[in-house]
Design a protein around this ligand. Structure first.
Ligand code: NFE
Ligand code: MG
Length: 561
């Protein structure tokens, strides 16, 4: 059969507007194109504004990764001005970062990707008592009773009986690539519903500390504006911190007793997906969770892995890593912008120039970031692998245990299922770290340190800085140039920009594009397998492009649920 092109537009269960074109040849993908279909231009909106306001504005890049642009932005100004951040502020920021990551990953696993693996309709055939038995063998979570599973099955049956599946109506139910036993399907559907409550608890935790969620309100250049006084009723006090701890403890229990067992059950049923979807095996992660005022000590290290080779691992130990600062470029050769040569973000330009979808020319709003000329995959796999390579004991313990349980090795992480697994392991680490930073914050306050910010006036003169942050989808950087208290240039190089990137001037495909090549397609009309791999990256196109299709056109050839 001649190759045919399948267009998925829009890809759903992601953030933003993504179009994928895949060429299918002999039952598998032979080429792919990733096209971001929206543009918002927030980088341009920042020009001429005060640098100390950028964190609040850039946070509107996205409503999913809500805190991350605030953090990266404030760090870019702090880097430019060489401002230290007091310990209390580092701990408060770290709790926010970690708890946000947990909320984001819970939503991704259950609400954005689980239904690529879990057949909602097949769950109706499950025996609730047997489901409870399986669930109780996996963990002692108190919510796993036969009564609970029966109630969920009845609810689902009622839904199906009406013939109106609502948001679930165009799912690929009964697809030949769905392989879970009915009981595991029911288990996952029940937890899909429960996960809404727990992502809410994580959001509440963020709001308690950050003032609001989405979009925290408590940053200032040089620290935080969160007032904590353990004995004052009007501020964050011991009672509130106890509430915060309670929420974060409940969320950790859900991650350990529900999310991880579910993930392992799904991974165990789809082992072949550890051999599919590798794509770009160059990885980049930046250090995260600064634990001193200068930002030189981090809980999790960064690094670069080239072509899946952990022996050639190159650590990144600070946010001032010279190699990273010197060698980051963005190519627009295949993107809807003016310009040809790749540019360093401090000299970066954002000059929109829409053509049409032209696969050999320009076909996306997403730029193509490259490190030293090569595409990099960013995200949980990158962070887990570099931390493993660097010998981080927490990460090693976690990875070794799960590898033994599933009978896999580190090489299996270069895959679609590897991305889901790494994200799950990362979630537990984040949930634990959030609680640890709360302890350290309270200890530091109890020891008498009441400093929350090094108050910083923006001086006249010209400055440039970069703020790095290891966000839920991977390495994020904000690059700022300001002069006489006004922003001259602002470029954000975002995790989904790295991963959703188009081909560059040398024709090298980006991670989404590369990962799809070789993906088996059982039914061309229902490309479920493409969704599995793309969802494994957790795309966020609003972030990636920070930039509407000017024609407002929608070409829906395949409606992918
Ligand atoms: Ni809008 Fe984001 C994250 C950032 S994009 S979700 O995580 O930065 O990849
Ligand atoms: Mg950008």
């Amino acid at each position: 059969m001649a190759p045919r092109i399948i267009t998925l537009d829009p890809v759903t269960r992601i953030e933003g507007h993504l179009r994928l074109d895949v060429e299918v040849n002999e039952g598998q993908v032979s080429r792919a194109w990733s096209s971001a279909q929206m543009w918002r231009g927030i980088e341009l909106l920042l020009k001429g504004r005060p640098p100390e306001d950028a964190w609040a504005l850039t946070q509107r890049l996205c409503g999913v990764c809500t805190t991350v642009h605030a953090i990266a932005s404030i760090r870019s100004v702090e880097h430019a001005l060489q401002v230290e951040v007091p310990l209390n502020a580092q701990f408060i920021r770290n709790i926010l970062i970690a708890q946000h990551a947990v909320q984001d990953h819970l939503v991704h696993f259950y609400h954005l990707t689980a239904l690529d693996w879990v057949d909602l309709v097949a769950a109706l055939r499950a025996d609730p008592a047997k489901t409870a038995q399986i669930a109780q063998s996996l963990s002692d979570w108190p919510g796993n009773s036969a009564t609970e599973f029966r109630a969920v099955r009845e609810r689902l049956q009622g839904f199906v009986n009406t013939g109106k599946l609502g948001i679930f109506s165009s799912g690929y139910w009964g697809h030949p690539a769905m392989k879970l036993p009915p009981e595991i399907n029911l288990l996952a559907v029940a937890h899909y519903l429960k996960a809404f409550d727990f992502q809410r608890k994580a959001s509440q935790a963020i709001a308690l500390l950050g003032g609001k969620d989405p979009h925290i309100q408590n940053l200032v250049v040089g620290g935080v504006a969160t007032a904590i006084n353990l004995e004052n009723l009007a501020t964050l006090n011991m009672e509130r911190l106890t509430w915060l701890r309670g929420l974060m403890t409940e969320v950790l229990a859900f991650v350990e007793k529900v999310y991880l067992p579910d993930l392992l059950a799904i991974a165990g049923a789809y082992m072949e997906w550890f051999g599919i979807g590798a794509g770009v095996t160059n990885y980049l992660a930046v250090p995260e969770f600064p634990e001193d005022t200068k930002g030189t000590q981090f809980a999790l290290g960064g690094g670069i892995i080239t072509q899946a080779d952990l022996q050639r691992f190159r650590p990144i130990i600070s946010h001032q890593d010279d190699y990273l600062l010197q060698n980051t470029r963005e190519s627009v050769a295949h993107a809807w912008y003016e310009g040809k040569e790749p540019r360093h973000p401090w000299q970066g330009e954002t000059k929109p120039k829409y053509t049409d979808f032209q696969p050999d020319k320009r076909y996306t709003w997403c730029k193509a970031p490259r490190l030293d000329g090569v595409p990099m995959q960013v995200g949980p796999v990158a962070q887990i692998l570099v931390s493993y390579a660097a010998g981080n004991p927490r990460v090693r313990r976690s990875v070794d245990a799960v590898n033994a349980q599933l009978g896999i090795t580190l090489r299996d992480y270069h895959s679609t299922m590897g991305r889901l697994l790494a994200r799950g392991l990362r979630t537990r680490i984040m949930a634990e770290l959030a609680l640890e930073y709360l302890d350290r914050l309270i200890a530091n306050l109890a020891a008498g340190d009441q400093t929350y910010a090094n108050h910083t006036e923006i001086p006249a003169g010209e400055f440039k800085g970069v703020g790095f942050h290891e966000a839920p989808r991977g390495s994020l950087s904000h690059w700022i140039v300001f002069k006489n208290r006004k922003i001259e240039n602002y470029q954000t190089v975002v995790p989904s920009t790295w991963n959703a990137s188009p081909r560059d001037e040398q024709g090298q495909a980006g991670p989404y594009e590369a990962s799809l090549v070789g993906t088996p397609i059982a039914e061309a009309e229902k490309p479920l397998e493409v969704l599995r791999t793309i969802h494994s990256f957790d795309p966020c196109i609003a972030c990636a492009v920070h930039a509407l299709d000017p024609t407002g056109r929608e070409i829906t050839r395949v409606q992918a649920q």
